[in-house]
Design a protein around this ligand. Structure first.
Ligand code: IPM
Ligand code: MG
Length: 368
């Protein structure tokens, strides 16, 4: 078998420093578990703009289409705020998602026991929480046409279009039902069928997929605003949530805070299977580039490290090794190690980005 290939795109802000820690973990798996990866690194976001004048070069895009999986850090920063919309750092990320057709974005929200008191919600609301948001990632209002800022009757009008085809809804619904079958067998679909035609279609197509293909999975529907409320009221009622691109963006940030810190949450963006059977895939932390703390060794590398764990699970069929890595993260948290974002009133041992990475590698070694 050929060595699996990984394209690493650290991006901007804290992206580079959290990725340095992920590289330690990747190297550990190569050295200790005979799981070597062919790793190449490239630029995305503001870093790519600085070098090439675009947030993702065609050469990088071509490379992205060829590798077995991509690991991305984060993009964006205040120095790019005034750039033309078409070359903003975020456009690099959106181009990757769109051109690779990574339609199913898996965003788990899992509350580690050691951090249950750190959430802004009460311990019993979040302790043991383990839900999965499946966000549609390549369509909807993020990409719908027409779009733009126009002149009309002597004033400016901003326009975006929410648009979904049946097949786009069907394929992401299937991803959600498949995941539910391997979890607690429940899917809740969220839209605004009370005000949006695209929501009516969404609800109808998800119901059809359910009836025809997954009748054994429990399906419920919720308006997305009520869904946000229920996520804060009693999140443990959910198993898998499936929703569109924009609602998924919002609801996954809400779900993230249930776990205590945005610095903890990984994600996987999956597309159709490639010739080798692996899905097209990009893995990235849910958090952003955090320019305010970049370069100071304060960032939490856990979200990015857990994103690599998702790569092991979903791209490389190494579920046991993914479990091992997640257990190592759990161990360092239980041992009280805390980057700044995890420093609550209950204290803990403050550690830097690289100390956290080293501790996770040490926990991996002690797992052998
Ligand atoms: C996310 C981010 C992105 C999005 C931005 C950076 C384009 O918020 O991945 O959730 O809106 O999808
Ligand atoms: Mg977001």
């Amino acid at each position: 078998m050929t060595t699996p290939s990984l394209l690493i795109l650290p991006g901007d802000g804290i992206g580079a420093e959290v990725m340095t820690e992920v590289r330690k973990v990747i190297d550990w798996f190569g050295a200790k578990r005979d799981l070597a990866f062919d790793v190449t690194e490239d630029l995305v976001g503001g870093a790519a703009y600085d070098k090439h004048g675009v947030p993702l070069s065609d050469a990088t895009m071509a490379k992205a289409q060829e590798v077995d999986a991509i690991l991305l850090g984060a993009v964006g920063g205040p120095q790019y705020d005034d750039l033309d919309f078409s070359v903003k750092p975020e456009r690099g990320l959106l181009r990757l998602r769109k051109e690779m057709d990574l339609y199913a974005n898996l965003r788990p929200a899992q509350c580690f026991d050691a951090l249950a008191d750190f959430s802004s919600l009460k311990r019993d609301v979040v302790a043991g929480l383990d839900i999965m948001i499946v966000r549609e990632l390549t369509s909807g209002i993020y990409f719908g046409e027409p779009r733009g800022i126009f002149e009309e009757n002597g004033e400016r009008v901003g326009l975006n279009t929410q648009r979904y085809t049946e097949s786009e809804i069907r394929r992401v619904a299937r991803s959600a039902f498949e995941l539910a079958k391997r979890r607690n067998n429940k899917v809740c679909s969220m839209e605004k069928a009370n005000v949006m035609e695209s929501g009516i279609l969404w609800r109808g197509v998800v119901s059809e997929v359910h009836e025809n293909e997954y009748p054994e999975v429990e399906l419920s529907h919720m308006y997305a605003d009520a869904g946000g409320m229920q996520l804060c009221r009693w999140p443990k009622q959910f198993d898998v949530i499936v929703t569109d691109n924009l609602f998924g963006d919002l609801l996954s940030d809400v779900a993230a805070m249930l776990t205590g810190s945005l610095g903890m949450l990984p994600s996987a963006s999956l597309g159709a299977p490639m010739e080798n059977g692996r899905p097209k895939a990009m893995y990235e932390p849910v958090h952003g580039s955090a320019p305010d703390i970049a370069g100071q060794g304060k960032a939490n590398p856990i979200a990015c490290i857990l994103s690599f764990a998702m790569a092991l699970r979903y791209s490389f069929d190494e579920g046991t090794e993914a479990d091992r890595l997640e257990a190592a993260v759990e161990k360092v948290l239980a041992d009280g190690l805390r980057t700044g974002d995890l420093m609550g009133p209950e204290g803990g041992t403050p550690v830097s980005t690289s100390e956290m990475g080293d501790a996770i590698v040490a926990a991996l070694t002690s797992s052998l």
